[in-house]
Write a protein that binds this ligand. Structure first.
Ligand SMILES: [Zn+2]
Length: 452
């Protein structure tokens, strides 16, 4: 199966061709941990999560790295306000982020490096860039020299003037050009920092990602996919390419993958507008499946406009799928591969098309086993929990007779009703010897073939 993905670097949809056939590496810029995650953060994690699931279905090995930025002025400011060490803020919000993401059924990445654990490797990356002549030291800062790197602007396709508009016109006289950016900056004695060859200080934001990628995949390896919100294209990802290309001869990354912003009632989320929607608050009202479905309802490259109807429509669909999936037992058998869902996602992660496909399956799933099985398997594939998997029977070996099992379960229920618990237990043991696991609920008994 060929996966097609829109590559920001070439502004077109391309076949994903990885460095190695059996392995794919992906890095996504993670959160700066100083506040509760909002739905924009959740979208930026769910979209790569869907891609991660898709890659796992095609590659033997998927290296998925999502970092935690736990060194940042915003974190320091929050700590100063509360008069506590900065790592108390970052540790608290790292835990909250990870809990919220796991509540949204987002799979844990293979690696989640933290900046504070990587200071020595960040220093060594900066040294390499300096040694190769692409940076200069000025007023205790180490600055990347964009004039030395002639491909600067390659990702964002911005002209020199546009780039100057895009960066905060920094009048700092330690920079040769306003486009130049900081690799290392000094910290005052009362500020968090680390000793380095350039004095006590801390890394700039852009170098953290480049260094953490290289410390995991190796200096001499090209990253297959780099993702993030499209607000990061310039200057963050542009700067990452510059750094990565100047610390090593090897191409930094082949595919750049960007998701669109989340708007609330067509407006940007902001504290001043008071329209920031936190994952934590949503989870009190809706299931993780509803929130996931709402967040993938627009194509990932488009902005997602969040309105009340976005979440109520998603909620209605999830309710419909859940009630269908739990309405009867099913032998999934040969239909348990969500092949059509994989097909649809392989075309640049077309999640709106997946939702159409699920709705079409739901129309016939009540009476059609194949559609029901596909519905369950496809929902499961994109991380929607519409079914407790214990309801799904595995394919049965030929020596297991369904009628006989149903008969034994009836006999056991009758024995229990009559107070003959010895007989009920004997029947349970008999079923267990046939690898049939039974589960009693208030109204009935379900069973599952479980040879493990
Ligand atoms: Zn980054």
């Amino acid at each position: 199966m060929t996966i097609k993905i829109f590559n920001t670097l070439h502004k077109k949809k391309e076949d994903l061709i990885t460095i190695r056939d059996d392995r794919v590496s992906m890095y996504v810029c993670g959160p700066t941990v100083y506040s509760y995650p909002h739905i924009g953060n959740a979208r930026a994690a769910i979209i790569p999560d869907i891609l991660f699931r898709l890659l796992k279905s095609s590659y033997k090995e998927v290296i998925y790295i999502r970092n935690i930025t736990d060194v940042d002025d915003k974190i320091f400011d929050a700590a100063k306000k509360e008069n506590i060490p900065f790592n108390e803020i970052s540790e608290k919000f790292t835990k909250i982020y990870q809990n919220d993401m796991s509540a949204l059924n987002i799979l844990e990445p293979t690696f989640q490096p933290k900046v504070t654990d990587n200071i020595p490797s960040i220093i060594s990356t900066i040294k390499k860039i300096l040694d190769n002549g692409y940076a200069y030291i000025s007023d205790e800062h180490v600055i990347f020299d964009t004039q030395k790197y002639n491909k600067y602007g390659e990702l964002s396709k911005r002209s020199l003037d546009e780039m100057l508009d895009g960066v905060r016109i920094d009048v700092a006289d330690y920079k040769n050009s306003p486009r130049d950016f900081v690799l290392w900056k000094p910290s005052k004695e009362n500020q968090p920092g680390w000793d380095s060859p350039w004095g006590y200080g801390r890394p700039g934001w852009h170098i953290e990602c480049t260094s953490m990628i290289k410390s995991i995949i190796g200096d001499d390896t090209t990253l297959d996919i780099h993702g993030g919100g499209n607000d990061l294209i310039f200057p963050h990802h542009e700067n990452e390419i510059a750094q990565g290309s100047c610390m090593s001869e090897i191409k930094y990354c082949n595919y750049w993958f960007h998701n669109g912003i989340v708007l609330v009632n067509r407006k940007k989320m902001s504290k001043s507008l008071g329209n920031v929607i936190l994952v934590n608050d949503l989870l009190k009202k809706y299931s993780s499946s509803t929130i996931r479905l709402a967040l993938i309802s627009a194509h990932y490259r488009q902005p997602l406009n969040w309105m009340d109807s976005t979440v109520t429509e998603a909620n209605n669909l999830v309710k419909k799928f859940t009630s269908l999936a739990n309405s009867r037992q099913l032998d999934i058998g040969e239909y348990d591969e969500p092949s059509e869902a994989i097909n649809i996602l392989s075309d640049d992660l077309n999640t709106p098309e997946i939702i159409k496909y699920l709705s079409a399956l739901a129309k016939n799933a009540k009476t059609n086993d194949k559609d029901m099985a596909s519905l369950i398997a496809s929902c499961n594939f994109i991380g929607l929990n519409i079914l407790d998997t214990s309801h799904v029977k595995r394919e049965l070996p030929s020596n297991i007779n369904v009628k006989k099992i149903d008969q034994l379960i009836k006999e056991r229920l009758a024995a229990k009703k009559a107070g003959d618990y010895t007989k009920a237990d004997e029947i349970r043991d008999k079923l267990s010897s046939m690898s049939i696991e039974i589960k009693d609920s208030k109204d009935n008994t379900s069973w599952q073939y479980n040879p493990d």
